[in-house]
Write a protein that binds this ligand. Structure first.
Ligand code: PLP
Length: 422
């Protein structure tokens, strides 16, 4: 079957870019921990005629006519999201993770209010108050950190002290580069002590929570969760806000996303979210989520065997942060480029308290959601980790790199990107 026949006929330049990317994804290994492969069903929903429809508002309360099917599809997405995460409310309209967070802030805060979040070099996200974002012109961000970078333990005593002093209105958890689980009960207790909302940005681990491979923050009393839908959750690019039991917060979230922040929702995207949530509710998804963790452990073992330092000492989730500069004498940027040449895509990453610049930091960040979707088990994951370490150790050995590139190509052929997960 020919893919994209209409684009091919009509627009050669775009056709080349799309098919080039299809080939790149098919023939290389994706280890960026925030990426994944969606099913054909999700892609079909995303390409559907729902993209033509304006539906400002929410199901049953729209500003335009003709909402019979958009109401149906958004309601399906909301109900499935609630079931997946044990929530009582879901807003599935945020276009991505960043707008979900911005909406959450606008809903819960007044300008000038304070947010206590993780130090950015210890794993927080841009939207958690990085100085380059406009958020820092509106709100005040203060920080907590890991107490011990070698174990990943958070400094809860310091967190409590800072919280009592700074009086944040939001105590924010959730990270882009943190490989351990939080002590959620302790976290919620501190938030309650200072009268702050407890919010967890689960963008990276939403699929692990939905698949019950890690704990659900709602079980420990968190007020709000924000997330993306395209990382471990394996859905279309998008965002979402979830709450539990507090109707007042729920109302604030709906108002903040529309009309506060966004216009018309992307209905084709919401349909794709609904399809993804349907997949994530299937028993197979739990097997998938658990395998992501097993594969990360298998990679951790190899890096430990080669004495490569890992931030937090290893991983309890889907990602690993390795200090390649400290352990192998190659910078994060050079490691990223070199591994790209052998067909392994990952990203350079600052490590906690990094002394190098963010553009050429000490670390690399990688994870197992995408290779697990391809069907990799522990054996293949460990093999990829071996190839990574050997490549980085012999950074000028071109022949070795060619052999590694061939092996990666063979692995990709043996484990093609699947069309369906159910
Ligand atoms: C990826 C991520 C986001 C932002 O998601 P986008 O879809 O890229 O806007 C927000 N928070 C965390 C913790 C993330 O990892």
């Amino acid at each position: 079957m020919e893919l994209f026949p209409h684009i091919k006929r009509q627009d050669t330049a775009v056709y080349r870019a799309i098919t080039g990317e299809e080939k790149r994804q098919a023939e290389g290994l994706e280890l960026i921990p925030s990426e994944n492969y969606v099913s054909r069903a999700v892609r079909e929903a995303n390409a559907s005629s729902l993209t033509n429809k304006y539906s400002e508002g929410y199901p049953g309360r729209r500003y335009y006519g003709g909402q019979e099917y958009t109401d149906a599809v958004e309601t399906i997405a909301i109900e499935r999201a609630k079931k997946l995460f044990g929530a009582t409310f879901a807003n599935v309209q945020p276009h991505a993770g960043a707008p979900a967070n911005i909406g959450m802030y606008f809903g819960l805060l007044e300008p000038g209010d304070t947010v206590l979040g993780m130090d950015l070099s210890h794993g927080g996200h841009l939207t958690h108050g990085h100085p380059v974002t406009y958020l820092t012109k509106i709100f005040r961000f203060v920080r907590y950190k890991m107490k011990n970078v070698e174990t990943g333990e958070i400094d809860y005593d310091e967190m409590r002290k800072v919280a009592k002093k700074e009086k944040p209105k939001i105590l924010l958890a959730g990270y882009s580069a943190y490989p351990r689980e939080l002590d959620y009960a302790k976290f919620v207790k501190i938030a309650e002590e200072v009268g702050a909302y407890s919010v967890m940005d689960v963008a990276h681990i939403a699929g692990l929570i939905a698949g019950k491979a890690v704990k659900n923050p709602f079980d420990y009393g968190f007020d709000v969760m924000t997330t993306t839908t395209h990382k471990t959750l394996r859905g279309p690019r998008g965002g979402m806000i979830l709450t539990r039991e507090n109707a007042d917060i729920a109302k604030k979230m709906d108002k903040a996303i529309f009309p506060g922040l966004q216009g018309g929702p992307l209905m084709h995207n919401i349909a794709a979210k609904a399809v993804c949530f349907g997949e994530a509710l299937s028993p197979k998804f739990r097997v998938y989520a658990k395998q992501i963790l097993k594969n990360a452990k298998a990679m951790e073992k190899v890096f430990a065997k080669h004495s490569v330092r890992m931030i937090a000492g290893g991983t309890s989730n889907h990602l690993i942060l390795a200090d390649v500069y400290g352990s192998l004498g190659i910078s994060g940027k050079d490691a990223e480029t070199l591994l790209d040449e052998v067909g392994i895509t990952l990203n350079k990453n600052s490590i906690a308290d990094d002394t190098r610049s963010p553009m050429d930091p000490s670390g690399i960040r990688f994870g197992t959601p995408a290779i697990t979707t391809r069907g990799f088990k522990e054996k293949e994951s460990a093999r990829v980790a071996e190839i990574m370490v050997e490549t980085l150790k012999h950074k000028t050995d071109k022949k070795r790199h060619r052999v590694a590139r061939e092996e990666i190509r063979r692995l990709c052929k043996k484990f093609p990107i699947p069309a369906s997960f159910v």
